[in-house]
Design a protein around this ligand. Sequence first.
Ligand code: KG4
Ligand code: ZN
Length: 346
Amino acid sequence: MLVLGIESSCDETSIAICQDTSNLQSRILALKTYSQIKEHELFGGVVPEIAARNHLVKIQALTRVAVKDADIKIEDITHIAVTTNPGLIGGLMVGICFAKGLAMQLQKPLININHLDGHIFTTYLTDDLVKNFYCLLISGGHCQTIAVQNFNRKKIYGSTLDDSVGEAFDKLAKLLGLGYPGGAKIEALAKNGNEDAFAFTLQMMRRDEFNFSFSGLKTNFLNTVARLAKQSLNIEPSDLKNITNLHSLLPSDIVADLCASFQKIVASILIDRTLNMIKADGKRFNKLVISGGVAANKYIKQRFINAMQNDGIEVITPPISLCTDNAAMIAAACIAENLYNTICHF
Ligand code: KG4
Ligand code: ZN
C-alpha cells in the first residue's frame, strides 16, 4: 500500500505519503503540515470559518510538495485516506472534496478515517507492530481511555464529561494571557514551579470511575487566580476578563507554581482513570500508547512511566511532531485497518 493521507479537521492542513513496510524508517515517505496557529492566535482559539478557508488555500500545494518529497508519481498511490469525522465541518468538507476529486481522477479507493483512530494508530509509524494495547487519547478535542485488540476491536472505557484535557490547558493559558495553544507554554512555565504549592482538588477518584471531568478543576484554578490577583495586584475578579497579560503582572514564581500544580493534578487524574481501565479490563495487555497533542507533555509522560512500572506496562508515546494533528496518522490508520481487512471501499 502507498497511502496518501489527508487531515483538515481542525487547524492543521496536512498531507502525508506512507507505505506499509516492515521497515520503520520508510513508513513515512513525506509529511507536509501547515499549522494555522498564527491565523487563530489573535482570537484565542480556532475560528472554524478561517480554518476552512486556509485549508482550501493550502491543500493543493501541500499535496504537490508531498508527492515531490516522497519521490513518487501520484499515479503510484494505491489508496487515498481522508479524515471524515469528528472535526470542524468546514475543514472536513475541504479535505473530503479534495480527496474525492483526487480519487476519481486517479481511480483509486477512497478510505474514510476517523480522526481519533488516526491518533490511536500513530504508533504504527514509529514502533514495531503493536496489535493489542491500551490507549489514552488526550488531545485538544478528546480525552478517552480505550482498549484496542487486534487493531480493530476497540472498547472505550472512559470519555470526558465536559472539557477535553487539551482544552483545559488552553483555557487556563488564555486566562493567564499565555496565548493559543497553551499546553506547551504551561509545560514550559511549570518546569520552574513547585507542584505542591497549590492543592487543587482531585475529583471523582473512585475505583469504578472511568470518565473525566475538568470543569471543576478549571473553576478551582480560576478562583485561585482571582484570589491571587486581588491579593497581589488589587484586581477585582470581575475585571479579570479585561486583563490580557496576567502572567506578566503576577510574580513569576507564583505563575510557575500555578502551572506546575495544575499539571500535577491533571497527570494524577489521567493516571487514575487509566489504571481503572487497565484493572477493569483484566490487565490483558502490557503496552499503553498515549497519543494526541497533550502526549507531547514530557512531565505527564514521565509520571505515567513511574506509575505503570509496578504493573510492568510499557508506555509508548509518538515523537512530539506526530502527537499533534498530522496526516501521517491518518494514512497509518488506513494501513492498520487494512491489515485486519476492516476497510470498506466507497
Ligand atoms: O491532537 P491535537 O493537535 O488536536 C486535536 O485533535 O484536538 O491537540 C492539540 C492540543 C492543544 O490543546 C494543545 O494545548 C495541547 O494539545 N498540547 C499540549 C502540549 N502540546 C500540545 N498540552 C500539554 N502539554 C504540551 N506540551
Ligand atoms: Zn487531533
